[in-house]
Design a protein around this ligand. Structure first.
Ligand code: HEC
Length: 336
């Protein structure tokens, strides 16, 4: 009762008025400052969501093989960091004189070890560095924000503002937590780390499967022109060459195969129930699509049905991810 009120009464009214009037100005100035220094997006043909954080660091989507790597090379990139679960194309990159570093992270946050590896990569690898996940929207901007705090002197506000600008979903609160709680480690200690950074890390079978889920599913979306993320452009390949029957069969096989993985058999019943629903959506898709060849036009009612099935599948992916993939890391290891 004493503190707050008495202090305010102590300040003469005109000064108090001035302070109150200034608060929004000060706040706006801070926001402007953060906005001004936010990276700008760059159109790199065939690569999604490219952001230049600085001359030394760019963030974006998967280069999608040789042509993307060539483009990055032509832009002067020297090191590529993948935070995605997919196996990086190490050989192709090497032939072009590019270095790959694989620091896979989940959607639940960036664990301490990976934060240190990101800092180490910034300290030790040739620059400019291009860091990517699959679409360049969630994990890469988060990982890049950790590197920017370490190497580019970014504040937390700047880092969070960048993630928002890059479109990192707030559903991945673990990613935001990691960036928010990151404590910049000692530069000398990081530079002195001797453990080599891996070019490619072997991932758990389920992650491998999920990477393939994603590729097949992207193709189904692109084929149906329902590629909402990318506003019509597709990195899944030439949409007219996609065979939605083949990709759906492959995806259904992947679903069945993943259900048999030991890491999935030990999951709660809800997990297998979600997998089962995804499988039956795919069966419906196949029934609807079977009588046609890739070049036949679809009847309008079939398109409507297929869109509904695709939306349902999207929900299956998201529902299971919310329960089993995206929950923030429980307790962050101490960061020092
Ligand atoms: C029944 C549960 C379930 C369903 C259904 C599911 N997933 Fe997953 N997915 C997971 C889990 C669990 C992980 C995290 C695996 C890990 O990190 O160990 C994951 C991870 C992923 C990843 C991240 C891989 C990486 O690089 O780390 C992608 C991409 C993905 N899933 C795509 C999809 C797509 C697309 C669908 C729908 C067609 C889908 N998933 C359906 C459970 C599911």
């Amino acid at each position: 009762m004493k503190t707050g009120k008495i202090r305010i009464n102590w300040i003469p009214t005109p000064i108090l008025g001035l302070i109150i009037a200034l608060v929004p100005l000060i706040f706006t100035a801070a926001v402007d400052e953060a906005q001004k220094e936010l990276p700008s997006s760059h159109a790199f043909a065939g690569i999604e969501n490219v952001w230049r954080m600085d001359t030394r660091l760019l963030s974006g989507g998967d280069p999608n093989g040789e042509s993307g790597l060539k483009l990055l090379k032509s832009k002067g990139i020297k090191t590529i960091i993948s935070v995605d679960g997919a196996t990086p194309p190490v050989e192709i990159a090497r032939r072009m004189g590019l270095r790959y570093v694989h620091i896979p992270v989940g959607y639940d946050g960036i664990p301490f070890n990976q934060q240190i590896a990101l800092a180490q990569a910034f300290a030790q690898m040739p620059k400019p560095i291009y860091i990517h996940c699959h679409h360049g929207r969630h994990r890469a901007p988060a990982a890049a924000s950790i590197m920017a705090q370490f190497g580019l002197g970014w504040s937390k506000d700047q880092a969070i503002a960048f993630m928002l600008k890059a479109g990192t979903s707030k559903d991945y609160s673990g990613l935001y937590d990691s960036v928010n709680q990151f404590q910049v480690p000692d530069k000398k200690a990081i530079s002195a780390i001797k453990t080599p950074l891996p070019e490619s890390v072997e991932m758990p079978a389920l992650v491998d499967m999920m990477v393939q889920f994603d590729q097949r599913f992207d193709r189904l979306k692109a084929w149906l022109g329902n590629d909402l993320d990318r506003k019509g452009k597709t990195t899944a390949g030439d949409a007219s060459k996609i065979d939605p029957l083949h990709d759906a069969i492959q995806l259904r096989e992947l679903v069945r195969e993943s259900s048999r993985l030991p890491e999935c058999r030990d999951q709660p019943a809800e997990f297998s129930s979600q997998m089962g629903k995804l499988e039956s959506d795919l069966t419906q898709w196949l029934e609807r699509i079977k009588p046609r060849t890739p070049t036949d036009a679809l009847e309008t009612d079939a398109t409507t049905d297929l869109k509904a099935i695709l939306n349902s599948m999207t929900t299956r992916c998201a529902t299971c991810h919310r329960s089993f993939r995206d929950k923030p890391l429980k307790k962050r290891e101490p960061s020092s």
